[in-house]
Write a protein that binds this ligand. Structure first.
Ligand code: AMP
Ligand code: ZN
Length: 312
């Protein structure tokens, strides 16, 4: 593809990763991704052998690749897909669900994909909830994130899973970090970690085993390992601030390969050495209505969104 040959075996290279000064053929690249996923999980103690893992599966490349690797590595990992009811983008949610379903049907028997439909449970889809509760595209994304986080934790808790994993990659994490730095969101920065421990109030441990991989790497993995994934972005993401941050980071990465990796990992290292100590998030308690963990003193933000949407 690029004229380089594989560092491991000398065969034609399938991917050249300038950020790692490493070119690999298809097979060695697949091995490399699996090995580094396992190492990252072990290093951050994301999953212990007796954990029951719930993988949040959107139907996109990251979460399907992650689920497939976790199963290859021998973890007990079921999937959870949340049908958000987004009809735009040529039936975005329905098509996403179909990709997740098809992938699940092709894996080993006994592996479960839970599918949950927001409209069936709460009477309204995410676009309807967001329209009523908050306005604007930016607000849509925050309402959607809120619903996803709430439903992921609730499902994991109710079904007895001990770790919840998502497919967030390095591009996602670096973009969030850039946004947080630009606004000096110190509490969010204090909480931005590849693994967050659970607690006795029902917060389930959360991990991001792909946070060390560039989006280009997870996409290449999905392609070379033959994963059929939903190729489209959410129709609401058009013009999203986070996409703007990703573009800025990509142009810096082009000029200086490794920028994203350094930005994120030096941040984690600085925090380990004490940066942001004392910026602990607000004390958490259980929402009186839904029982989920929240930092607010009344209803949790999710229940407030539902209440607003039910007002005439
Ligand atoms: P996003 O926020 O769309 O970039 O997605 C980040 C991660 O959240 C994905 O890799 C999935 O693990 C999870 N996720 C996003 N959308 C869904 C969904 N509809 N159902 C389940 N998990 C999801
Ligand atoms: Zn609540």
């Amino acid at each position: 593809m690029s004229g380089y040959s594989c560092r491991k075996c000398g065969e034609a290279c399938a991917i050249n990763m300038r950020q790692h000064r490493l070119a690999l053929c298809e097979n060695d690249f697949i091995e490399w991704v699996r090995k580094h996923t396992a190492e990252f999980i072990a290093k951050h103690r994301m999953i212990e052998p007796d954990d029951r893992v719930l993988v949040a599966v959107s139907g996109g490349k990251d979460s399907l690749a992650l689920w497939s690797i976790l199963l290859d590595l021998g973890f007990r990992a079921d999937g959870l897909h949340i049908d958000l009811g987004i009809e735009g983008g040529n039936g975005y949610s329905e098509r996403s669900r179909q990709y997740a379903r098809r992938f699940a049907d092709g894996i080993s028997p006994g592996t479960v994909l839970h599918i949950l439909n927001v409209r069936d449970i709460y009477g309204k889809s995410v676009p309807e909830l967001a329209r009523k509760g908050v306005r604007g595209r930016k607000k849509f994304c925050s309402a959607c994130g809120l619903v996803k986080r709430h439903e992921m934790n609730r499902t994991a808790r109710e079904l007895g899973y001990t770790v919840l994993v998502t497919g967030h990659n390095l591009d996602d994490e670096a973009a969030v970090l850039l946004g947080n730095v630009l606004h000096w969101e110190t509490e969010y920065m204090a909480r931005q970690l590849p693994v967050l421990q659970g607690n006795d109030s029902g917060l389930i441990k959360r991990a991001k085993p792909f946070a060390r991989f560039y989006e280009r790497e997870t996409a290449a993995y999905a392609i070379v390992s033959g994963i059929d994934y939903m190729p489209d972005e959410c129709p609401f993401s058009h013009g999203a601030t986070s996409l703007g941050y990703k573009e800025i980071l990509n142009s810096m990465e082009n000029q200086s390969p490794g920028t994203k990796l350094k930005f994120y990992f030096e941040f984690l290292r600085a925090k380990k050495k004490g940066l942001l100590q004392g910026y602990t998030p607000a004390e958490l308690r259980q929402c009186g209505k839904c029982g989920e963990v929240t930092g607010s003193s009344g209803l949790c933000a999710f229940c407030r969104l539902i209440e607003r949407a039910r007002l005439p």
